[in-house]
Design a protein around this ligand. Structure first.
Ligand SMILES: [Zn+2]
Length: 263
């Protein structure tokens, strides 16, 4: 485990991330400068949420979670190699273990390396990020601590907060979101861990090394949270019409949901 200083990341890495997609165009109509274009498209969609949502979210609050004890007591032994690259502005509030309910899986819908993805996030005004990014070679980068909220899931669809039994309860600082007017469900970030896999839908299978890394990361998170880190979903379960995870992940997703490994 090593800690990489933010200053070590160069802007050039972000510029290598360019992989625009229909999602990007859908979500970033206000964005024409090059930096915005290179940001991982999925995350831009995630944060196409509205600043007014606080006014619209139903005041229902999820059942008060019971604090967990012995957190991380047995997780170090199964922790995979993770490169930690933390940025304060990608952290959007406290997410103690009692708020860990879901693991949300994503595709980046762009290529490059995990370091490059994280660099593009840090250089974006959207302040989006998932906690982890997994490269095709199985390398794992973490850019938000487990006890902090990351903006990876964005708004949901179809009364998403109610469907998932969660709420936007004020812990999320909501910074960096784009203004729209008709989406109200924004609770998932405060109750989940986000994991992005470097993958572009339609461009082939996920490498075994990447899937094995995801297996090991989930096993570590389960151990960290004392047995289970919660239900595994993908982004499109939270927001209908979202593209990730992609079609070629469908069987793996079913396996993860069933027994928490890809095979
Ligand atoms: Zn996503």
């Amino acid at each position: 485990m090593k800690h990489v200083l933010a200053l070590a990341l160069s802007l050039s890495l972000a510029l290598l991330m360019g992989c625009s997609s229909a999602q990007t165009q859908e979500a970033s109509g206000n964005s024409s400068d090059s930096m915005e274009e290179v940001v991982v498209s999925d995350a831009l969609v995630d944060e196409d949420a509205q600043t007014k949502s606080n006014e619209n979210v139903a005041p229902t609050v999820a059942e008060e979670p019971a604090p967990q004890e012995n957190i991380a007591s047995s997780s170090e032994g199964v922790k995979p190699e993770i490169t930690e690259i933390y940025y304060d502005d990608l952290q959007h509030g406290d997410k103690g273990s009692e708020y860990q309910r879901y693991i949300v899986l994503h595709d980046t819908e762009g290529g490059g390396t995990p370091q490059g993805v994280v660099s593009s996030w840090e250089n974006s005004s959207n302040l989006i990020a998932a906690h982890f990014v997994i490269g095709k070679d199985g390398s794992i980068v973490q850019c938000v601590p487990l006890d902090k909220i990351a903006h990876h899931a964005g708004w949901g669809s179809g009364n998403a907060n109610d469907r998932f039994g969660i709420s936007e309860d004020g812990r999320d600082d909501l910074l960096g979101r784009k203004s729209t007017s008709h989406y109200t469900d924004y609770g998932m970030n405060a109750w989940s861990i986000g994991i992005e896999m470097i993958h572009v839908g339609g461009e082939g299978d996920y490498p075994e090394a990447q899937l094995a890394a995801l297996d090991s990361l989930i096993a570590y998170l389960d151990a960290y949270y004392g047995g289970s880190a919660g239900e595994i979903i993908d982004h499109k379960m939270w927001r209908e019409g979202n593209s990730d995870t992609s079609e070629e992940f469908a069987t793996y997703l079913a396996n993860y949901r069933d027994h928490r490994t890809h095979g």
